[in-house]
Design a protein around this ligand. Structure first.
Ligand code: NDP
Length: 449
């Protein structure tokens, strides 16, 4: 029988790769992981975590305004971007070290260099060293996908937004999904003049239309200029550094100091050597896997964004855990992708689980929709027209909750708890039977009409 250097070699130390590595090692496997950038992956290094810190930082603009109405006398507030940016980056360093320590303390060997696949059991490292492994896990994540238009080199992706020298006076955000809405909210709060342009007439595809409509109303009332059906044709840079974006319909161009392109993320499979092992990809370049995250090559697995199933960190973590348990823990588990809660950290944020009203109507016909459209208590003193909206979509016969959709301060916090009830298959009656916790925003969930 052939001897291998490792039982498992993981390519990519992001959320899925780190979880698979440490659990496999804890099960007794000899494990190595290669990472070409920084241990932690997108979520920790240039995604969810630093983004959420920026959301907190940005929201102080409104909190400080509201404080006056709550009786506080404040001096002239000033905002120091380098301080926020550097504090966020320092926290990224802290997490990077924590992840590195976790790998070390679990006896996972780390190679901080690029690794490519040279054969079904062979891995080639950038240093020239080659190693062998009984099993290989591809956990290389995804990368911003930039549209192929002239001048795109003048635009940045979300990766660079964490490192800006200053807050841009004018920011154009191109895209209408998660990243676009989150960064539009952050930089609007920090004082940029923000334009958000999306190619279609629909923002946040996949989220409930009424909830997205509410976000649009609030975003516009906060000063974000939203342009729909606006497909960029080219970007030009003038001598003073101003960037000008032209759309395909010849409407007045949009001038900006920074253009953030957030038009989706594509699986990181280019140049990985997958063809050397015969690993199959789909049309988008994602690694094709079965229910056990196994590719068409028996000993090669893939988890997380590189498989383009659900591009969310907690899903990648589950997939990584399942691969480790399957290979070395004697437990083969199929991940349940139904009722995955998700959030958009816009301002205010959105939380959602299950079917939207549109999807539920298509599937079940005459569904029951309950809602609450309210002004949160904390916002009463603010002069903003910011109303929250909760929607519950129920099965027409059984009254089982099929979907729950919320836009309000703290919606993701509330939704995570409520998602347990939805996932458990509870009915509207179960929510009604629960006594309200007063006064809270969450109580609206048990008072829906
Ligand atoms: P999204 O898939 O959320 O949105 C992509 C947007 O770009 C859509 O509005 C789409 O328009 C538009 N678009 C797509 N292709 C093109 C193109 N070729 N030219 C012009 N516009 C285009 O992508 P994001 O980049 O915002 O985020 C990537 C992924 O990262 C998300 O899918 C999500 O899984 C993850 N993420 C999750 C977060 C969270 O959980 N809070 C936060 C940030 C990212 P249209 O819909 O009109 O076709």
């Amino acid at each position: 029988m052939r001897e291998f250097d490792y039982d498992l070699f993981v390519i990519g130390a992001g959320s899925g790769g780190v979880r698979a590595s440490r659990i496999s090692a804890a099960h007794g496997a000899k494990v190595a992981v290669a990472e070409e950038y920084r241990v932690g992956g997108t979520c920790v290094i240039r995604g969810c975590v630093p983004k959420k810190m920026l959301v907190y930082g940005s929201h102080f603009a409104e909190d400080l305004e509201d404080a006056r109405n709550y009786g506080w006398t404040l001096g002239k507030e000033t905002f120091d971007w380098p301080r926020l940016r550097d504090n966020v980056l320092a926290d990224v360093d802290r997490l990077n070290k924590a992840y590195t320590t976790t790998l070390e303390s679990n006896n996972v060997e780390s190679f901080l260099e690029r690794a490519t696949i040279a054969g079904p059991h062979d891995i080639k490292l950038a240093s020239g060293k080659t190693v062998t492994a009984k099993n290989i896990l591809i956990a290389t994540g995804a990368w911003p996908s930039m549209p192929d238009i002239p001048g795109i080199e003048h635009a940045v992706s979300s990766n660079e937004m964490f490192h800006l020298d200053s807050v841009p006076k004018r920011l154009l955000v191109y895209g209408g999904g998660y990243i676009a809405n989150e960064f539009a909210g952050i930089f609007n709060g920090l004082g940029s003049c923000v334009t958000l342009a999306n190619r279609s007439e629909r923002l946040l595809r996949g989220y409930d239309e009424q909830i997205v409509e509410r976000l649009m109303q609030i975003s516009i009332s906060k000063g974000i200029d939203i342009r729909l059906n606006c497909q960029l044709e080219r970007i030009e840079e003038s001598e003073d550094g101003t960037l000008t974006a032209f759309d395909t319909r010849g409407r007045p161009p949009i001038e900006a100091d920074v253009i953030l392109v957030a038009t989706g993320r594509k699986p990181n499979t280019d140049g990985l050597g997958l063809e050397n092992a015969g690993v199959g990809l789909d049309q988008k370049g994602a690694v094709k896997v079965n229910d056990l995250s196994q590719t068409n090559i028996e000993n090669i697995y893939a988890v997380g964004d590189v498989t383009d199933r659900v591009q969310l960190t907690p899903v990648a973590i589950r997939e990584g855990q399942a691969v480790a348990d399957h290979l070395f823990g004697g437990e083969s588990r199929i991940i349940d992708y139904d009722m995955i809660p998700s959030a958009v950290f816009s301002q205010p944020p959105i939380g959602a689980v299950g079917l939207t009203e549109g999807e539920a109507r298509e599937k079940f016909g005459n569904v029951k929709v309950y809602s609450s459209d309210f002004r949160s208590m904390k916002n009463i003193f603010s002069e903003r027209a910011e109303r929250s909206l909760y929607k519950m979509i129920c099965h027409p016969v059984t009254q089982q909750v099929l979907g729950l959709h919320m836009i309000s301060p703290d919606a993701p916090e509330i939704l995570q708890a409520a998602a347990v009830a939805v996932k458990a298959g509870l009915t509207k009656q179960a929510f009604d039977d629960t006594v309200a916790l007063h006064p809270s925003m969450a109580e609206e969930l048990v008072l829906l009409k």
